[in-house]
Design a protein around this ligand. Structure first.
Ligand code: ADP
Ligand code: MG
Length: 616
């Protein structure tokens, strides 16, 4: 048989390698920013057009390249950063693989202008799909400008796979945040479609965080500082009360490199144990400095995962350091007299007219109990009884219950035939025996025994189907707010809201202006109370960050899920008997009454024979 093995031509090999290095425009941004940092830049400018699909440009004032180096830099495995394998264990640079430029040039139109301090003139190089199109002498300042146009122009499948410009921009912002947080002393400018998105002067970590995430973050930060033989930890954690439903700001840097580490993340979360709710996430900006020889950065092609020699020790140190900072913070006085209250109100209420509160005298009203506040917006459930003490006995009033049970049992045996939930609606309408068990379940009788329904999941299902329907037929009913609500968000959160705005409108949200860091809301869906809008949007943003859903169908699905979860009655809420009944009826009118939107069972049935067995 003839020999069949051939070496792949370079441009093919480069395209294959590019698949690993360049997943999306944000990957290019990361590589170019890192190269600029490695080149010793003090000022870096990032210019983006259409989410990086048409243009990504990084301009630095670093060391630049000679004409020969400029050409060489696009070769695979061409790097100035390591020379031998041992150098891998003493890395002080971001790059070392010598792959990024070769990969990028294989799948885009690249133009480079570069000049060193010593050279009189610089080099202008044009490359398209690994082929050098032109090389000229040019007049250019010291440093390097890399322009990457038409990403994936020669791989249509990859290009089509790119998301909307807004989604790609969000990924770019994420990378930009990571790189700029790691290098606070370098000044960064970020222009998107001609507008300045970020202007970050050279500063320290704290100021950099504030410049990136807005002044409101200042009051949330608690400093962290610890020096041990193994590691130096510095940075900030967010105060526990600012923990959010969305993951939001969680950053680990090891030797000025952003890294992901579920293990160290766990250490931080466990330090917050008991201080924040289970479903909330702590925010943190933690900078770890370790001996480069004690880590291996080489295990991941995009270098966001690293291996530590002694993970366990690191875990323990990190956890106790965070605990210590939290402890110190707790003993500090919580009043800050320097604070200008007007500026620090979380939502812009300052333009709001003073409103006379509507007083509903209710001696049992407890303002700290969520359940009391949530009652009047459930679309289909009536207001719960104001007599709190009475509701405590719901389901315990044995005399009444027995009577009711008697009548309904008679009724059921007359009418219910066939499978238990067929023709169910009328059965439940007439079955007036429902009671609430431990503020969690609604119990009702059926012909063959009884059904125990998880109230929260049942309501989720009802709301979920209603929202889905509203979105599909674009029939969301909204209630206009008397005073528009202005909510502050980070820039990337605002970008997400922009993305999902259309779907939000279909369920009944009405938007005023959406700025870079503020969203104005003038109307909300009928069932959404004003006080929950911020929380709901937070949750939505976090769900989107996790799922990256963009196509129409899943967007409506995620939106409906999130809204139903946020708005459903919760375990622990008291429902009066009318509400219980309405919920049961609505549930069994649903298309899929058996499982919650999150695929959890909603009810169980317990038959008479199940009960009989217990009495054997
Ligand atoms: P790596 O960063 O892993 O070395 P790259 O492909 O990103 O690989 O870059 C190849 C080489 O090109 C670098 O080692 C560096 O010498 C040079 N280079 C790339 N970008 C710049 C820049 N902005 N300024 C100066 N030199 C650069
Ligand atoms: Mg590089």
């Amino acid at each position: 048989m003839a020999d069949i093995i051939k070496l792949l031509p370079d441009h093919v090999a480069n395209q294959i390698a590019a698949g690993e290095v360049v997943q999306r425009p944000a990957s290019v941004v990361k590589e170019l920013l890192e190269n600029a940092i490695d080149a010793g830049a003090t000022t870096i400018k990032l210019v983006i057009k259409e989410g990086g699909k048409t243009l990504i440009q990084v301009i630095d004032d670093g060391v630049g390249m000679s004409a020969t180096d400029a050409r060489l830099s696009f070769e695979r495995h061409a790097t100035s950063k390591i020379q031998k394998a041992e150098d891998l264990f003493n890395l002080h640079t971001k790059g070392f693989r010598g792959e990024a430029l070769a990969s990028i040039a294989a799948i885009a139109h690249v133009e480079m202008h570069t000049k060193t301090e010593e050279d009189e003139v610089g080099t202008h190089l044009k490359i398209e799909g690994s082929t050098i199109v032109s090389q000229e002498v040019t007049v250019t300042p010291k440093g390097t400008s890399m322009m990457v146009k038409n990403l994936f122009f020669n791989i249509p499948a990859r290009r089509n796979f790119l998301k909307s410009s807004q989604v790609e921009l969000r990924h770019i912002i994420e990378e930009f945040q990571r790189v700029s947080l790691a290098h606070a002393s370098i000044s960064f400018h970020f222009y998107n479609n001609g507008n300045e998105l970020f202007n970050l002067p050279s500063s320290n970590h704290r100021q950099r965080i504030v410049n990136l995430f807005g002044g409101k973050i200042k009051e949330k930060l608690v400093p962290v500082d610890e020096e041990t033989q193994v590691v130096t930890i510095s940075g900030f954690i967010n105060k526990p009360e600012y923990a959010k439903k969305s993951r939001g700001e969680q950053f680990f840097f090891v030797n000025d490199r952003f890294i992901r580490s579920p293990y160290l993340h766990h250490a931080v979360v466990s330090a917050f144990d008991g201080l924040i709710k289970k479903e909330n996430h702590p925010g943190y900006f933690l900078y770890l400095t370790v001996d480069p020889a004690s880590i291996d950065i080489n295990i991941h092609p995009t270098k966001t995962e690293i291996k530590f020699d002694d993970e366990h020790t690191l875990y323990a140190i990190l956890r106790s350091t965070i605990k210590h900072s939290l402890g110190q913070f707790n003993v500090m006085p919580s009043l800050d007299f320097d604070k200008n209250q007007n500026l620090e109100t979380p939502y812009e209420y300052k333009d709001k007219l003073v409103q006379q509160p509507k007083i509903n005298v209710d001696s049992n009203f407890n303002p700290f109990k969520e359940e009391m506040l949530r009652t009047n917006y459930r679309p289909n459930f009536q207001k719960q009884s104001t007599k709190g003490w009475e509701s405590m006995y719901v389901g315990m009033d044995s005399e009444d219950d027995e009577k009711e049970a008697d009548t309904s049992i008679t009724y059921e045996s007359d009418t219910i035939t066939g499978s238990i939930f067929e023709g169910k609606k009328s059965n439940f309408e007439t079955a007036s025996t429902t009671f609430q068990l431990r503020r969690k379940y609604i119990v009702t009788t059926i012909k063959s025994g009884m059904v125990v329904i998880d109230q929260s999941r049942a309501h989720q299902r009802v709301l979920y189907e209603r929202f889905l329907k509203n979105i599909t037929i674009k029939g969301g009913v909204s209630q206009q707010l008397l005073f528009p609500l202005r909510l502050a968000f980070t820039k990337s959160d605002c970008a997400i809201i922009q993305e999902i705005k259309e779907s939000l409108i279909t369920v009944g949200f009405v938007f005023g202006t959406i700025d870079e860091e503020e969203v104005e809301i003038t109307g909300v869906p009928l069932s959404v109370p004003e006080s929950e809008v911020g929380m709901i949007l937070d949750q939505l943003i976090s769900d989107y960050q996790q799922d990256f859903v963009v196509d129409g169908f899943s967007q409506t699905d995620v939106l409906s899920k999130t809204l139903s979860k946020s708005l459903a009655v919760k375990t622990g809420e008291i429902l009066d008997s009318d509400s219980q009944l309405a919920l049961v009826n609505d549930l069994f009118a649903c298309k899929e009454s058996g499982v919650s939107p999150f695929n959890k069972p909603i009810y169980v049935t317990i038959t008479e024979s199940d009960i009989d067995k217990k009495f054997l």
